[in-house]
Design a protein around this ligand. Structure first.
Ligand code: SAM
Length: 322
């Protein structure tokens, strides 16, 4: 195993033995659902940087693959929707983390009458070699793990998720991103990488890795400030860097005619005299009604008369026409 991957496993083994509230620093509130009680030990191990659980994505008969179980918070939230033995499969290579997650699920069963610990199957496994068959799950998720991987491992981890998903399946992912490529000296800081800081890619590079792995349709659900890094704290940085956290839904689908379809919240509205406008490429815009469009479609429509475009909101749930 590469030394940097070993450092990551060591950091998370320690964070399993002793919760470290500063390990990841999401300020987003934790999802609360009716009749879902989250044990305090699980809450103290919220090592995510966003959320990957979205009720509108989920069906009772889903099998959900969760990569990097942490304290089990999101696996429990997913199990809230599947509610059957083995409905959630959580994979983690760190024995201490798996043991702590098991304890946390036992605690969760004591305070949630609807939950049984076997609703989550915990597997010893690695994101780089997932212990599940091809095309076996409709939903896969990871939160704040993939940013720690170097490019070739990230590509491999994304390829593994794509392999495990059924065609059309959803990959819900959340990671921190950087506003510009981080200095090489900082990228070489393995401890900061394990803390989800120095491995961050730019937004465009992160999306390119996802689409390159076979996810032809992507929705950017959230993009918010996450953590300010300063040269005082990290001398490898020349200036302060504000990391953001993104939440993405990526679908295992072929690319559209313009390549992968990335929805960032842009809309197009036809403002002409007709009832509707047909762009001749299969897209009909009714007059006066904003329609969600991909970034590629926005590029195509940018010089179109009588079409008004709006900028990204980074808050997309359910994408639009093209
Ligand atoms: C930043 S924590 C995130 C935990 C969880 N997703 C959450 O939101 O709280 C990263 C998790 O990935 C696990 N992990 C570390 N290396 C891994 C690998 N190569 N494959 C899968 N999981 C890994 C760690 O043990 C830890 O549970």
């Amino acid at each position: 195993m590469s030394t940097y991957l070993q450092t990551i496993e060591d950091v998370y083994a320690a964070a399993a033995r002793q919760p470290d509230q500063n390990l990841c620093c999401t300020s987003a509130p934790v999802w609360r659902f009716p009749d879902l009680a989250i044990p305090p030990a699980m809450l103290a191990m919220n090592y995510g940087c966003g959320a990957t659980v979205e009720p509108r994505d989920l069906r009772r008969d889903d099998t959900i693959l969760y990569v990097g179980v942490g304290g089990g918070l999101e696996a429990l939230q997913f199990a809230y929707f599947t509610r059957r033995p083995g409905g959630v499969i959580a994979v983690d290579p760190v024995a201490d983390m798996r043991a702590q997650a098991r304890k946390n699920f036992d605690d969760a069963a004591r305070v949630n009458p609807w939950f049984q610990p076997d609703f989550v199957t915990i597997l010893d496994g690695n994101a780089l070699d997932l212990p599940v068959p091809d095309g076996s799950v409709r939903v896969a998720a990871q939160n704040c793990l993939f940013n720690v991987f170097r490019q070739h491992d990230l590509d491999r981890a994304l390829g593994e998720v794509a392999r495990a998903l059924k065609p059309g399946g959803l990959f819900a992912t959340s990671d921190p991103i950087a506003p510009a490529p981080l200095p090489e000296a900082f990228r070489a800081n393995d401890l900061a990488r394990a803390h989800c800081l120095s491995g961050c890619q730019t937004f465009d590079d992160y999306l390119a890795a996802i689409t390159g792995a076979g996810f032809g349709r992507v929705e950017v659900r959230s993009r918010v400030p996450y953590r300010l890094l300063t040269p005082h704290e990290f001398p490898e940085l020349r200036e302060a860097v504000m990391l953001e956290s993104v939440e993405i839904a990526a679908y295992k689908m072929p690319d559209g005619p313009d390549g992968a379809e990335i929805f960032t919240g842009r809309t197009a509205t036809y403002a002409g005299r007709e009832e509707a406008w047909d762009d001749g490429a299969g897209h009909v815009l009714p007059r006066g009604v904003p329609v969600a469009i991909s970034d590629a479609a926005a590029g195509r429509l940018a010089r179109q008369q009588d079409v008004t475009l709006t900028p990204p909101t980074y808050s997309v749930r359910g994408a639009g026409c093209c």
